[in-house]
Design a protein around this ligand. Structure first.
Ligand SMILES: NC(=O)c1ccc[n+]([C@@H]2O[C@H](COP(=O)([O-])OP(=O)(O)OC[C@H]3O[C@@H](n4cnc5c(N)ncnc54)[C@H](O)[C@@H]3O)[C@@H](O)[C@H]2O)c1
Length: 461
């Protein structure tokens, strides 16, 4: 089947690369010519584990090509996946201008009927507006455009595995033909017939993913409802963490026990600095805005967002409590990306931490395995070094902001020797409090008062 991907960001590249590995012919385009030039030169403009292998293999097999000629791309395929960004406006509402631009482009360039699929995350009822735009702007051609919603659930850092081995594939359609086409697109994924770079010797046996066919508004709602629920879980864990600090519990003990209940589940109950990234914060805002527009009270979600924003202030309180005066203190930041295994810093909590610390006059140095260059473009006045020991040298405090596994493996006794004051504020609860204390650190994290941490460690021996 001939497929088109419009927008070569995280979602577009993973979708294009993985569907080409599933033996479809894919043409991918982007309005950023420099991005296409990079891709044509065989480089990947983002860091996402295994994406380079998937894209290179698909190009070698002649099943994936990149072009700046969007018209040519549109004319070459039957099914067009829209993967452009839907960033938040100042009001929180999703900015759908890129979707609208692409709709008008498709209407103008198509010479045969197309199934146009929303893969970008969009508010419910976008499908309706997309269909109207395609037909209004394509009226002179007399072509029929079908629209479908196929929300993407991949997680940055594990995106390739998530696409190849999803829990579910959701398609919102209006008719049988769109249903048929999307079944054909995903059949190799559902049946496990694709070239999996993660498991070259064969994928482990697991249940087939559910292929769920819904209405378009349901599919659109499923994505926002899922992400918002995950955000709720994180904010809930963070309030429990605050309670633990006041009442003497250990948030990890509490959330672990909660998560063993299958009705709750262990995921997204990690207390810390809160959620960030290009999905959860903007999707929750867009969902709140959508609910307001249609007169539904979603204060529950507003509260989750407020709690999340407060996490930065909770950290700042800890910084002030420990350092007393923040001005002129040398503070080392371990981690910039919004989570490990990505170079994505969009809406990363680390950015707000930098802003707040700079506003209080701290002197900052930072490291991250992948995100230094992206952070440098926003904060040129921070000192960056790829070597964590260098950023620790002479520091008055070290803040763990992203739980990259390599940070856990550092020689912490060496970090201790390098620091002017061995104070570690671990905002991701990555390190063991007792071990840190035994190594002589002043150590603080979220929801794990020291007394409890010691009891836990003793009792687990
Ligand atoms: N990043 C994720 O983890 C993730 C997961 C699921 C869903 N989503 C959703 O998918 C969408 C894309 O996210 P992303 O992270 O890939 O964004 P991104 O910013 O990495 O990529 C978007 C791409 O679209 C291109 N683009 C913008 N306007 C265009 C136009 N008019 N014509 C052609 N190309 C255009 C941009 O140049 C960019 O390369 C968003 O709606 C996002 O919410 C993202």
């Amino acid at each position: 089947m001939k497929l088109v991907v419009i927008g070569c960001g995280y979602v577009g590249l993973v979708t294009g690369g993985c569907l080409a590995a599933a033996r479809h012919e894919v043409v991918a385009t982007d309005n950023d010519a420099s991005k296409i030039a990079t891709l044509q030169a065989g480089r990947i403009p983002i860091y996402e584990p295994h994406l380079d292998e998937v894209v290179a293999a698909a190009r070698r097999a002649g099943r994936l090509r990149f072009t700046t000629d969007a018209g040519d791309a549109i004319r070459s395929g039957d099914v067009i996946f829209i993967c452009v960004g839907t960033p938040p406006r100042a009001t929180g509402e999703a900015d759908l201008s890129a979707i609208d631009n692409v709709a008008r482009l498709i209407a103008a360039e198509a010479r045969s009927p197309k199934l146009v699929v929303e893969k970008s995350t969009v508010p419910a009822q976008t499908g309706q507006n997309l269909k109207r735009a395609l037909n209004v702007y394509g009226h002179s051609s007399g072509l029929h455009f079908d629209v479908a919603s196929n929300p993407e659930f991949l997680r940055e850092g594990t995106a390739v595995g998530d696409f190849f081995h999803p829990d579910r594939i959701v398609v919102g359609v209006e008719g049988v033909e769109a249903d048929r086409q999307l079944r054909e697109v995903y059949e190799p994924i559902v049946e496990g017939r694709f070239e999996c770079v993660l498991h070259p010797n064969g994928c482990p046996q697991s249940a087939k993913p559910e292929f769920l066919v819904t209405t378009i508004p349901s599919a659109e709602l499923i994505k926002h409802a899922s992400n918002s629920f995950l955000a709720l879980k994180i904010s809930y864990a963070n309030v429990i963490s605050d309670l633990c600090e006041r009442l003497g519990g250990n948030v990890e003990e509490v959330t672990r026990a909660m998560g063993l209940d299958p009705r709750i589940g262990p995921q997204f109950l990690k207390a810390g600095l809160g959620f960030g990234g290009f999905c959860l914060p903007k999707d929750i805002q867009a969902f709140i805005h959508l609910a307001e527009q249609v007169g539904v009270d979603f204060s529950l979600l507003k509260e989750a967002e407020r709690i999340n924003r407060q996490r930065i202030e909770r950290l700042m309180e800890k910084v002030r409590n420990h350092l007393w005066v923040v001005k002129d203190k040398q503070i080392a930041l371990l981690g910039l990306a919004f989570k490990p295994f990505t170079d994505d810093i969009r809406l990363a909590p680390a950015l707000e931490v930098i802003r707040r610390l700079q506003a209080e006059g701290a002197k900052l140095r930072a490291t991250d395995p992948q995100a230094i260059e992206r952070a440098r473009a926003i904060f040129p006045d921070v000192i960056y070094n790829a070597d964590p020991y260098e950023i620790a040298r002479g520091a008055d405090a070290l803040l763990v902001l992203t739980e990259w596994p390599q940070f856990k493996q550092l020689d912490w006794s060496r970090i201790h020797r390098e620091m002017a004051r061995p104070l570690v504020l671990d905002t991701r609860n990555m390190l063991d409090p007792l071990t840190m204390k035994l190594q002589g650190f002043e150590y603080d994290s979220f929801g794990r008062p020291e007394a409890n941490a010691s009891v836990t460690a003793e009792s687990s021996r």
